[in-house]
Write a protein that binds this ligand. Sequence first.
Ligand SMILES: [Zn+2]
Length: 323
Amino acid sequence: MSKEPNRRSLLRQAYSGSLLERAAALRSDEAKLAELHKHGRAGVYVVGGELIVLKAQMFKAQGAAPDPLFSPDEARTLGAARETVFLGLLDDAPRFGIGIDAAAIEALKAREDLALVDLRTIAVQGEVDTAHVPPLAEAKAILGWHARHRFCPNCSAATVPTQAGWRRDCPTCKAEHFPRTDPVVIMLPIAGDRCVLGRSPRFPQTMWSCLAGFCEPGESIEEAVRREVAEEVGLACAQVRYFASQPWPFPSSLMIGCHAEAVSENIVIDESEIEDARWFDRAELKLMLLRQHPQQLTTPPPIAIAHHIIRDFAEHGRDVLVR
Ligand SMILES: [Zn+2]
């Protein structure tokens, strides 16, 4: 783990760094939760699938940022809640996430006082106050889990939400189901002053990024890094060093950022996974980060942990492996 927590915490990536206290002890306190639902400063984030509901036009007219926070009464007018989740407390004021269904979302698209925007766009455009982005990520991830886990994987009976939205119980076989987070390793193989970046066919034309892939069952983070690098670009890696992590609620990943010491040189691309990969030296990375590359090549934007993994190597070289 990092020896420099302060520098790591200064990353400007999206979705992490929530100001909410999750107050997990309250999730089983029915009386307190009922009180919190009536709290005068209660705030609600409203999510429909991939889209977040924002108060838009009237605020834009006043020059203010679009606001994703509704009062419980306002939220009720937007559509029937499929699920309500207690997200936590901000200065003792409760925050909830409400999931509404696709039909309700369709009806809201016609409203001029609202905007329906996906969470990537919200993070990239930066129009919404950044303090809202981590709790929106929390709300989207857990509400998405509810939407995909309505039936028990043991016995296929319908499951019932409990614990203020943090568990689903099966009334038939009594199994308790908890929200899942899927670990993904995202890494930069490096050797001396050079590193390997790759391109997925779904990237914008000029963008190059870190390699990434899901951890498999029975695998450590280090093993997953070495396997993914070997599979995607055919390189062997020795030492693996953890950098930082980022929740990535599309739908429920945790990106685990690492630097890895490449000990072979010949790139062999797995074309089923990536379109291209090659070695870049630090001087070229710096031009890409500054958006001054002669071929207009770029790194991902600062909302993504990949940007910070690449920047750290561009600035510190192979010291990223030894500190
Ligand atoms: Zn069951």
